[in-house]
Design a protein around this ligand. Structure first.
Ligand SMILES: Nc1ncnc2c1ncn2[C@@H]1O[C@H](COP(=O)(O)OP(=O)(O)OP(=O)(O)O)[C@@H](O)[C@H]1O
Ligand SMILES: O=P(O)(O)OC[C@H]1O[C@H](OP(=O)(O)OP(=O)(O)O)[C@H](O)[C@@H]1O
Ligand SMILES: [Mg+2]
Length: 395
């Protein structure tokens, strides 16, 4: 299926303006076709993104799209490496690579937004990008399935921000912003954003009527001070850029919380040979690694009459119950020609955050020789996200 999207660009100024009522998008499955209309061009030019030729999708390799550059690129490769899925790239300007541990998988490096576009067009099967990019460029496309929603990096939020000064000084919520008498059809609230789908949708969903949008590729925080916009919709992580530009977030103004996600094409998962198996393997490795990252193994010795008695003492402490309770083994010593077990070795998993508290509790009940080591993987019987994926696919 081929979808036509029409964008009216103003020729001349470097920003294009549109309003919630005039902006509409159609970003569905299949090939995506942009019709770009510009005032100085007599007939619209057609730009085709992705695969038009049906045969091109008849490939045998499974394709994973990863960010080619920007702040997600290195963290993505690091995460895969930590899952023993090292990406072998001959040189940084080569856009195709492989993961030797997974046969029949091609890695393609693309801009994050192109990863999403190519999942939609069927040119990629799997991808790792920020959730914000999936929502912005995938829009409501039902073909996109989030396989892992929390890869634990790239954390940020898409937020509406307004100046701290002038007419906005006492405005602290979206409701207050919407109720300002200043916004009329003749003088709408002007919002600068790179999120030309999510920004207008959010305003519309929240009943803000008189709003126009302008777009630019970066440094949006300058727009209010330059007099180009009243507000901005942009990503925030530390909040420094907002602060340094005298802008503030407001109550009810968070559009989306985002972090890196593993996303797949539903069609590929169902139809393309090998995609489901590769997804399962990636998911297992990711889940096992991410679960382990937050935990330490703690081993200690403890004097006691029996394993049960030691277990009673350990389980009386709230921070020492481990993942499934403690593992307790007798430590045998020979005294006076007799073998006895006066000591027990205990092993528990402890969340990193609770580490010091756990060590204190362990000592308080007689633990000694406490050893702590990081965990590499925790493989559960079955990953809950795998079950969720199968049910989303109706399998
Ligand atoms: N403070 C932040 N600002 C912007 N993006 C962030 C931030 N923190 C995390 N991210 C994540 O990183 C992604 C942006 O990465 P990057 O800026 O490299 O790409 P991009 O803006 O899509 O690329 P380009 O600017 O080349 O079009 C976001 O989509 C988001 O998921
Ligand atoms: O809350 P903070 O930690 O300050 O991060 C937020 C800023 O980071 C991003 O910009 P980026 O650095 O990508 O520059 P750009 O705006 O020029 O794209 C984003 O667009 C914000 O401007
Ligand atoms: Mg910026």
């Amino acid at each position: 299926m081929s979808v036509v999207r029409t964008i009216f660009l103003q020729c001349g100024p470097s920003v294009s303006h549109f309003s919630t009522s005039s902006y509409s998008t159609n970003f569905n499955s299949g090939s995506v076709k942009f019709t770009i209309s510009c005032c100085s061009v007599a007939s619209p030019a057609s730009v085709v993104i992705g695969n038009v030729d049906k045969k091109a999708s008849e490939r045998n390799e499974v394709r994973l799209g990863l960010p080619s550059k920007g702040r997600m690129a290195t963290d993505t490769l690091d995460l895969l490496k930590d899952c023993q899925l090292s990406v072998r790239q001959v040189n940084p300007r080569q856009y195709v690579a492989e993961i030797p541990q997974i046969t029949n998988l091609e890695v393609w490096f693309q801009r994050p937004k192109d990863v999403v576009r190519k999942l939609v067009s069927g040119d990629l099967d799997l991808g790792i990008v920020g959730l914000d990019t999936v929502k912005e460029y995938g829009q409501e496309n039902e073909d996109l399935i989030i396989v892992h929603d929390a890869l634990d990096y790239g954390d940020c939020r898409l937020s509406l921000a307004i100046p701290k000064y002038g007419i906005f000084e006492n405005i602290n919520s979206l409701q207050e912003l919407a109720q300002m008498p200043q916004w009329t059809p003749e003088r709408p609230l002007r919002v600068a954003t790179g999120f030309t789908y999510l920004g207008p949708k959010f305003m519309k969903d929240n009943g803000l009527k008189h709003v126009t949008f302008s777009t630019a590729d970066g440094a949006l925080e300058a727009a209010p001070a330059m007099g180009i916009a009243d507000a901005i919709v942009d990503l925030v992580s530390s909040g420094t850029t907002l602060r340094e530009n005298n802008l503030k977030e407001i109550e009810g103004g968070i559009i989306l919380e985002s972090q890196a996600v593993l996303v797949a094409s539903r069609r590929s998962l169902i139809q393309r040979k090998g995609v489901l198996d590769i997804t399962h393997e990636m998911l297992e490795r990711l889940e096992a690694h991410l679960k382990a990252v937050g935990q330490f193994t703690v081993t200690a010795n403890m004097r006691g009459k029996s394993a049960e008695e030691v277990a009673e003492r350990i389980l009386s402490q709230p921070s020492l119950s481990g993942l499934q309770g403690p593992t307790i083994s007798p430590v045998f010593t020979k005294r006076g020609g007799k073998v006895a077990a006066d000591y027990f070795a205990i092993v528990i998993c402890v969340p990193k955050k609770a580490l010091y508290k756990s060590v204190r509790q362990l000592r308080a009940i007689g633990g000694s020789g406490v050893l702590i080591s990081p965990l590499t993987y925790i493989f559960d019987e079955e990953t809950p996200r795998w079950r969720q994926l199968l049910s989303k696919l109706g399998l």
